[in-house]
Design a protein around this ligand. Structure first.
Ligand code: SF4
Ligand code: SF4
Length: 231
């Protein structure tokens, strides 16, 4: 991905990627070692509180303008939202993504079923009807509105992947416990369109947003505090 770029800048996400051990200081250390081994030079390496908010990214780029002027490319260690945020701030050099986004999830680890249930951004969320479990990410057949045709009432194993429990059994058990079966029934009967209207673009930026974003762009030392949530 870095091809002929010889001088590299790195901005690393201090929140989700940090908690996934692919961003934060861990991500920077790992990437830096690879880059130096490959003969590249690293001119900037910073953790920012989060890469997805555009204003935080803008402040980070502004504060590190001098170092960035010596870089051929900027690596952003974050999900796709951070890459988009960096691109929309027009840093003047190519933005490179070296991490793969697999979905978004709750960062807490209190309920394994819900925490592992990634959102795949399908555009029509059904979590209210499925007791908080995303069928799209948990079911190998991506069967979102109800069980697939191989589903068995008597077998809890998934028909496609016998190593896992059928997510629709889990959804049903949880819905029964939470008295959500009518919502589940309504979901089975649904037939939704894929396209959604876009939300209007927000206009203007208030002073406090810039103030907060500036601080968030300089919060490198808070990275370990965020990491504490994982332990
Ligand atoms: S149904 Fe699943 S993939 Fe779709 S928006 Fe909800 S959580 Fe995300
Ligand atoms: S058995 Fe259940 S989890 Fe497996 S593919 Fe069918 S609906 Fe999905």
């Amino acid at each position: 991905m870095l091809g002929d770029y010889s001088t590299i800048g790195i901005l690393s996400c201090g929140t989700c990627a940090n908690l996934s051990f692919t961003g934060g200081l861990t991500g920077i250390r790992t990437l830096k070692a690879h880059l130096l081994e490959s003969g590249k030079q690293v001119k900037l390496a910073r953790v920012i509180l989060a890469c997805c908010p555009e204003e935080i990214m803008r402040q980070a780029l502004k504060s590190n303008k001098r170092a960035l002027a010596r870089c051929d490319a900027l690596v952003v260690l974050s999900c796709a939202a951070g890459i988009k945020s960096a691109n929309s701030c027009k840093p003047g050099i190519p933005v490179i993504n070296l991490l793969d986004s697999v979905g978004s999830a709750a960062v807490a680890c209190t309920d394994p079923v819900l925490a592992a249930s990634l959102c795949r951004s399908c555009g029509h969320c059904v979590l209210t009807c499925t007791a908080g479990i995303c069928p799209l990410s948990e079911c190998p057949a991506k069967s979102k509105y109800g069980p697939c045709k191989h589903f068995s009432e008597t077998k809890v194993q998934c028909a496609i992947d016998p190593g896992r429990t059928c997510v629709w059994h889990t959804i049903r058990a949880r819905s029964t416990m939470l008295h959500l079966l009518p919502a589940l029934k309504e979901l089975h009967a649904r037939n939704e369109r894929r396209d959604l209207d876009r939300a209007p673009e927000p206009k203007g930026s208030r002073l406090w947003k810039t103030f907060f974003a500036w601080h968030a762009a300089h919060m490198q030392k808070l990275e370990w505090v965020i990491r504490l949530f994982r332990h």
